[in-house]
Ligand binder design. Sequence first.
Ligand SMILES: Cc1ncc(COP(=O)(O)O)c(C=O)c1O
Length: 409
Amino acid sequence: MNTTELLESGNAHNSPSYAPAPVILERGEGVRVWDTEGREYLDFLAGIAVNSLGYAHPALTKALQRQVGELMHVSNMFFTKPQIELMDLLCERSFGDRVFLCNSGAEANETALKLARRYQKAVKGDEDRVEFITFKQSFHGRTFAAITATGQPKYHKGFEPMLPGFTYATFNDLASVEALISERTAAVMVEPIQGEGGVRPADPEFLKGLREICDRFGALLIFDEVQCGIGRTGTLFAYEGYGVAPDIMTLAKGLGGGVPIGACVATEEAFKGFERGSHATTFGGNPLASTAALCVLETVESENLQENAIARGNQLMDGLGKLANGSPTIVEVRGKGLMVGVECVEGAAGEIVGLCRERGLLVNVAGPSTVRFVPPLVVRAEDVQSALGIFEESLHEWEAKQNPSKQVG
Ligand SMILES: Cc1ncc(COP(=O)(O)O)c(C=O)c1O
């Protein structure tokens, strides 16, 4: 099939819940991907913050090829070495003592919510502590509990009724949490940097305050690091950059570098909520996914990708900040490390993303009007420079279209 036929077939059979761009990506290397027509793209979307090591990283390719030939799956009836080593490394590097390995961000969040409820009931003996506080503009995934936790009505639409017991506070507003929290609150769940809601970093005082409020009320604190974790914000886990540790943390996306994996990491105390049979998943922590995650974690450390995330993130933010100066389109540039958002005036973000793609730069829209940049952590200074150039041209083209009397800058 040629590209046109492939697109026709894809659109005929794909779930109508997706609307992919009219290109078919075929192969990648580093920060670049190529489509079936041979067009090259600089990928600052990275599979939505997933491809932390970029494409075809030699260490990951080699580790996976070896593992495929040895063992891909055995179920959780048995241990495997990669799974044990991964859990060990996650616990050694984080506040956590135990890990539940699973397959996605939504599943990691389901695990966290189930763990918190069961902890309050089974360990604390408090049958009434069943409620959760999450935040407006948050995103936690697409399963029923995860969409209920997601504080954006558009994800609930048509799926109601949502699960009972969830209320939504305002991000970066401790008073709104104080107003909702009670002796019935099992846990508070928050993204240290909101991703899908429009790339919004938490204020350090906000996360510190959440810790204090949770401790005061006996609620568990859950950090959803599915998007912001694994070196992206300059520390292996985003919470380290804030100096506030949660009781439970969820990971996915960047952890597997492209191989699906999720993890719910928690303290020994929180994990007292689970006993044999409480929770399980067939593929969780299988040796193939665990090998990928181990390799990602080791490579993030051996190649100093956390430092790279800070340096390249600063470069990107500086460049975007300069473009924002005097731009009638850019409302705000914000982010942390290599998780950067450019909030635009209404109606601009989607079109600018399309213009960027035509020029060979992949980015996407997060929230109602924010262009999101989440490139692989291996991105180099010259890649950032090129991406800034393409974004600037696309921005100016969009601005010229709004005001046709002006020349494209
Ligand atoms: C913060 C956050 N949590 C959870 C999820 C859901 O992850 P998944 O799509 O792997 O289920 C996402 C996905 O974008 C996310 O950004």
